[in-house]
Design a binder for this molecule. Structure first.
Ligand code: CAA
Length: 409
């Protein structure tokens, strides 16, 4: 029995900031962003977009031709969750009208809880092959206006259905792990922006790659030369390239520089124009690789390195299945990325500093998103989600004052 991805899809905010504008505003040479860190555009969520709406929109596409009645587990991986107690998976479960006989849970370990979610899903399906698991990875990356991390911000979600009837990717059971208690990047409960020791985080990322790879090999994983392509956790795309060169050097790989570049480059396409999406970042890389129209990936082996600050790393592999293209939503993904609105710098700052009231007063978010699901507002400390076109009705039903509030209020 093979277990793996039956479907995969993504969602990104409907707007973002061209990093040329950021470079101008910050007095930085755009080449530093474009060539130095490998980023050109970053997603910026609107007030009515959050990790729940992004995940729900991605899941709508991922479940398009999947038997929803067989989805008995929803795992939501995030480090920018909307509630300290209630799992974001429950909101998505309701928005997608999934069956009530379903397990729902949220998981956290920085950017790599999505990979643990995937591994838990594999184990679940191995125990019960009729069971389908919806794995959601969704995040909003925030570092602060004017911070060193600012050009690496972004947001996005990936939804994956794991089952015993994979159509896209067969996942191998061997995984290499590494955990170590470090403070390279973290976010205390009282902050909505991450704290990061940038240069140290790069060093820890590389050390974790080396250790997780070592464990992967020790557990019987494939040698470097067996892999055709690689996807790395991508806080910014240059990181993935640097990580790959490090791994190749470690393994004394005989590949040319161009061959090594070609093993990673296709996975960078979406992240370069969307930014970091923490838990979703590695899997946005996978979606970009799969969507690449110029590559025939059938029977190709892909290596994955997942990194979560704090820190934990995992290395694992999978093989792309024959006919995988038929199960992809590539045209939708391209349209999502192409149709985004490019924000003026002032709009970016307004979106960035926008806050929902924290005192429980009724509040309706401005209507911006083009997505099917939107964060409609808060009432009595409860977040309200709704279908975009029906949101006014649902919000009114819930007693929300629907007068559009100005941004930043
Ligand atoms: N033209 C071309 N390249 C230029 C340039 C120019 N004009 N100016 C600078 N550069 C190059 C630099 O040489 C450097 O490249 P190398 O690393 O290859 O030498 C690159 O641009 C970046 O320059 P700096 O190191 O000076 O950049 P910085 O100090 O302003 O910040 C950063 C870089 C530390 C990554 C910062 O963006 C940051 O803190 N980011 C957030 C943390 C992060 O992403 N960490 C990654 C590991 S942790 C993780 O992976 C988890 C997660 O998701 C956060």
């Amino acid at each position: 029995m093979y277990i793996g991805l039956e479907s995969i899809s993504m969602d990104v905010p409907g707007q973002g900031l061209d990093l040329r504008r950021l470079a101008r505003a910050r007095g930085v040479d755009f080449a530093k962003y474009q060539a130095g860190i490998g980023q050109e555009f970053m997603a910026v969520p609107a007030p009515d977009e959050d990790v729940v709406t992004l995940a729900a929109n991605a899941a709508e596409r991922a479940l398009r031709d999947v038997d929803r009645a067989a989805v008995r587990t929803v795992i939501f991986a995030t480090e920018s969750g909307v509630d300290q107690s209630k799992a974001a998976a429950i909101y998505v479960h309701r928005l997608l009208d999934l069956p009530a006989n379903c397990r729902t849970v949220e998981m956290k370990q920085a950017c790599c809880s999505s990979t643990s979610a995937l591994q838990f899903a594999l184990a679940t399906v191995a125990m019960d092959p009729a069971h389908k698991v919806l794995v959601l990875a969704s995040d909003v990356a925030r570092y602060g206006l004017g911070s060193a991390g600012e050009p690496t911000q972004g947001a996005g979600a990936v939804a994956m259905v794991v089952s015993a009837r994979p159509r896209i990717l067969r996942l191998d059971p061997v995984v290499g792990y590494h955990t170590r208690d470090v403070m390279d990047f973290w976010r205390p409960n009282y902050r909505d922006e991450a704290l990061v020791d940038g240069k140290y985080s790069l060093k820890v990322y590389m050390e974790t790659l080396e250790k997780a790879w070592g464990d992967y090999r020790a557990q019987g994983g494939h040698p470097f030369g067996d892999f055709d392509h690689f996807c790395y956790h991508m806080p910014f795309t240059r990181m993935a390239l640097k990580a790959h060169l490090t791994l190749a050097r470690l393994e004394n790989a005989s590949h040319t520089a161009a061959e090594l570049q070609a093993q990673v480059e296709p996975s960078l396409a979406y992240n370069r124009i969307n930014g970091n999406a923490y838990t979703a970042s590695l899997y946005l890389g996978l979606v970009a690789l799969l969507d690449n129209p110029g590559l025939d990936l059938e029977e190709r082996r892909v290596g994955f390195f997942s990194y979560g600050s704090g820190c934990m790393g995992a290395f694992f592999g999978g093989t792309v299945l024959p006919g995988y293209r038929r199960a992809l939503a590539s045209a939708d993904h391209r349209r999502l990325l192409q149709d985004r609105r490019s924000l003026e710098f002032g709009e970016y700052e307004a979106y960035y500093t926008h806050r929902v009231p924290e005192d429980g007063r009724d509040y309706a978010t401005p209507r911006v998103t083009r997505g099917a699901h939107r964060f409609a507002g808060v009432s009595q400390h409860q977040r309200l989600y709704a279908l975009s076109r029906a949101s006014a009705v649902l919000a009114a039903d819930a007693g929300v004052v629907c007068a559009a509030a100005p941004l930043g209020s």
